[in-house]
Design a protein around this ligand. Structure first.
Ligand code: G3H
Ligand code: ZN
Length: 288
């Protein structure tokens, strides 16, 4: 079985991206896995602090590992947006393949200092755990938005600066970097977000020499993904579109079977809805 590091390296060489999809429960997990399996591509399951508290931190780790082993499948688990060293440590101790320390709202110096602590812990844990960091604020919530989130600015001077990004990566030793390149968490109502800044993406990728991670992928176009991936992005995160699909699937399951009380029956359309969204995204990311 390839490690996540090897999978990422291969994605970079092939100029494709590994899809990262957030889940809140086992319906989400099966929806994502079935989509990846149907296309035979690697996949990353993401759980934010709230999502993993809901499933159970150690429990989600065991669930993903069980699929990896039973199906001999490259499915990985990431501790998405983690805001403290203690919670990074908890995820590493629970067996996650990668962690994100999100210090985007901290000062540069504080962000460097806690990220470094996370990298040191990962390097000493006895497994190859990848550490990602965030530089540039891109909002926090995966939800349908009426406007661009407070504090997110899309003008060039507010995007991640390639020189600062290099300084950050050199100082921390992180494996992957999530920059602000015109992206933001959540999706504008109507489902179309502003275009990404591809020139800046390339400049950051060239400067740091490590894989970039595109967060806030919901609402971005196929063309944006194509160009971002061709210019240094090796992982793309999708959450809001999955949440919307899950909820719609759940509503269908409930309204079409008003007398059904077995969750494994009325939840089937929710799993299928997640699977369909993920499959569509994986096709773009893997150029299929
Ligand atoms: O970490 C999660 C992602 O960045 C999700 O962003 O909700 O805009 O798809 P999204
Ligand atoms: Zn994110």
């Amino acid at each position: 079985m390839k490690t996540l590091r090897e999978t990422l390296k291969e994605a970079g060489e092939k100029k494709v991206a590994v899809g990262h999809f957030n889940i809140s429960n086992t319906e989400g997990l099966w929806g994502v896995f079935k989509a990846a399996q149907s296309l035979n591509v690697p996949v990353i399951i993401g759980v934010s602090e709230g999502e993993r508290d809901f499933v159970g931190v150690r429990q989600v780790s065991v669930l993903v590992k069980s699929i990896r082993e039973e199906y001999d499948y490259p499915i990985y688990l990431n501790a998405d947006h983690t805001y403290s060293f203690d919670r990074v440590k908890e995820a590493i101790d629970a067996g996650f393949d990668s962690v994100i320390f999100d210090g985007a709202r901290l000062s540069f110096e504080e962000n460097v200092s806690i990220t470094k602590q996370c990298v040191e812990y990962a390097r000493g844990c006895g497994r190859d755990v990848l550490v990602e960091a965030e530089l540039g604020f891109i909002g926090t919530s995966s939800k349908v938005l009426d406007e661009i989130p407070d504090g997110v600015l899309l003008d060039e001077s507010s995007l991640t600066d390639p020189v600062k990004a290099k300084e950050f990566v050199d100082a921390t030793g992180v494996d992957m970097l999530a920059p602000a390149i015109g992206n933001f968490h959540g999706m504008l109502r109507g489902g179309v977000d502003p275009k990404l800044n591809i020139e800046r993406t390339k400049a950051i990728a060239d400067a740091v020499g490590i894989p970039l991670v595109l967060h806030g992928g919901s609402g971005n176009s196929e063309d944006d993904f194509k160009q971002a991936i061709a210019n240094g992005v090796s992982i793309v995160h999708i959450n809001t579109e999955i949440r919307v699909a899950y909820k719609q699937g759940l509503q269908i399951g409930l309204t079409e079977n008003p007398d059904e009380v077995a969750p494994y029956k009325f939840l089937k359309p929710a799993v299928k809805a997640v699977q369909d969204v993920v499959e569509k995204k994986l096709r773009f990311f893997n150029r299929l």
